[in-house]
Design a protein around this ligand. Structure first.
Ligand code: ADP
Length: 501
């Protein structure tokens, strides 16, 4: 049995893992960089070990430092969370070589699925449909130009080592090809130190639908149904929901079986996600496999009742899965909104800084997974996601109105956030009807982005700051209930004025 887990991560996911460990009676060890001394994950863990300077290349990404911290603290397992070293096969191998349990799949599975091109070939062999395109790495620009012509437009060029939407370029016509190849290659080189690319047919109106799987060491693999992740900015998810509005019972069964076949083909162990693109005729194509816990795992937990971190720990310790496929069904509907410290009206520019006030939503069917608090300064060094808001409803419309209500209550002062932007999506008639694809944000930009010019925005902010300070004097910070109301009033007031202009 695992007694002590080191969490090789930070922020909300470290806090989330610590919570489950505590419930299981497992001790926890946090690691932290200079910038994270005051992070909630450091406070919540039983022990915390400093691992270096603020940049992740000098702390969270340094394998030796993490392994040393595990040895010093006597941890018998490492949970990598997502991002950082979670899909680093060498790290999984080194961890196991030290006699420490890596809570995740084998290094071999990570390697096979981590390379998007080898994953495509493996899936083809396993009978899982893949997006039409190349199954080899392309380094030579001339060769890429030739291949593009044979596939036919539109196509998408992708970095072999890709992730986070980086190194991806859409090409609509031949004249755009050369520039697209060159810019995809240079972005890939900068982000992954590997400029090889591959080419796929561009699916024009797709849904991004993924299946959660989990497997034990005895060959038992189940899926936990789908997550619909088509609301994206710059090819990155910002809202996820389950069930998918376009899913049918037959399609779920078929795609679920393909997801299990995909996992089985690489002898998968632990939790993983098979991502698919689904076109407007409900044809589905394998996109990639993520060999770790996903950011959006809580919506699956909410509708299936399965604590995925608990199952990850159990199977890593050599126990059998606690569930069979027939135990899994979706109860109601769950939505997740990712709350970012960023400015949607300024090209989603990160907005780190000091949290002066925060009031998080609560109530029936609401979960927040976060790590920030009043007086906390969000560091500039890491991903700007500060929390995830998850709502549940018996039916989809109830989950949406609950999300809208919760976003209205969510109040953060001191930094810009995506909260108002997300609320506008919840109120968009087409989103409410479930009619959307991965182009939703582009299609609805007129309604979703604030039409204010900067001067108006600054005036509004100045007014808000003055008002908040006034309120603070009156309440001495005691009566936070006033703030959410004010947040709603500000939004409606501004939008009303604009519509009258
Ligand atoms: P990454 O690993 O960088 O996140 P993915 O391959 O998972 O990249 O793709 C991210 C998103 O990009 C998808 O969810 C989808 O919106 C878009 N996308 C990727 N491939 C295609 C394609 N062949 N056709 C249309 N859209 C695509």
């Amino acid at each position: 049995m695992i007694k002590k887990v080191l969490i090789a991560n930070r922020g909300e996911i470290a806090v989330r893992i610590i919570r489950t460990c505590r419930e299981m009676g497992i001790e926890t060890v946090a690691v932290f960089s200079d910038a994270d001394r005051k992070s909630l994950h450091v406070r919540y863990a039983d022990e915390a070990i400093h691992i270096g300077n603020s940049p992740s290349t000098e702390s969270y990404l340094v394998k030796e430092k993490i392994l040393n911290a595990a040895k010093i603290s006597g941890a018998d397992a490492i949970h990598p969370g997502y991002g950082f070293l979670s899909e680093n096969a060498d790290f999984a191998e080194l961890t196991r070589n030290e006699g420490i349990i890596f809570i995740g799949p084998s290094a071999e599975s990570i390697r096979l699925m981590g390379d998007k091109i080898s994953a495509r070939s493996i899936m083809e062999k396993a009978g899982v449909p893949v997006v039409p395109g190349t199954t080899e790495k392309i380094r030579d620009t001339e060769k890429a130009l030739e291949i593009i012509k044979t596939i036919g437009f539109p196509i998408i060029i992708k970095a072999s080592a890709g992730g986070g939407g980086k190194g991806m370029r859409l090409v609509l016509k031949e004249s755009e090809s050369l520039q697209a190849i060159n810019s995809a290659k240079s972005e890939a080189k900068a982000a992954f130190n590997d400029d090889s690319v591959y080419i796929e047919k561009y699916i024009s109106s797709p849904h991004h639908i993924e299946f959660q799987v989990i497997a034990d060491k005895f060959g038992n693999i189940i899926h936990l149904c789908e997550r619909e992740c088509s609301i994206q900015r710059r090819h990155q998810k910002i809202i996820e929901e389950t069930p998918s509005p376009i899913m049918t019972e037959e399609l779920r069964k078929e795609m679920g079986e393909k997801a299990i076949a995909a996992a089985r083909s690489v002898n998968y162990e632990g939790a993983g996600t098979i991502e698919f693109l689904v076109d407007d005729k409900l044809n589905y194509y394998f996109l990639e496999m993520n060999t770790r816990l996903q950011v959006e795992h809580p919506i699956t937990e909410r509708v299936t009742g399965v604590d995925l971190v608990k199952e990850q720990i159990r199977v890593a310790a050599g126990e059998k899965l606690s569930y069979e496929q027939s135990d899994i069904f979706q109860d109601g509907h769950a939505i997740e909104c990712r709350i970012y410290a960023e400015d949607p009206d300024n090209n989603f520019m990160p907005s780190p800084g000091l949290i002066r006030k925060i009031s998080e939503p609560m109530g029936f069917g609401v979960r927040t997974d976060g790590y920030v608090y009043e007086g906390y300064e969000i560091p500039i060094y890491y991903d700007p996601m500060i929390s995830k808001l998850i709502t549940w409803g018996k039916i989809r419309s109830e989950a949406i109105t609950r999300m809208s209500r919760s976003l209205g209550e969510y109040y953060i002062m001191g930094i810009k956030t995506s909260i108002d932007f997300l609320k506008r999506i919840m109120e968009n008639p087409e989103f409410v009807q479930g009619v959307y694809d991965t182009h939703f944000i582009d299609t609805h930009k007129e309604q979703l982005f604030s039409p204010c010019d900067n001067v108006k925005e600054i005036e509004d902010l100045a007014m808000i700051v003055a008002f908040m300070e006034h309120m603070e004097n009156i309440t001495s910070g005691q009566d936070l209930s006033l703030y959410p109301n004010f947040s709603n009033w500000k939004l409606q007031n501004r939008r009303k004025n604009l519509s009258q202009q």
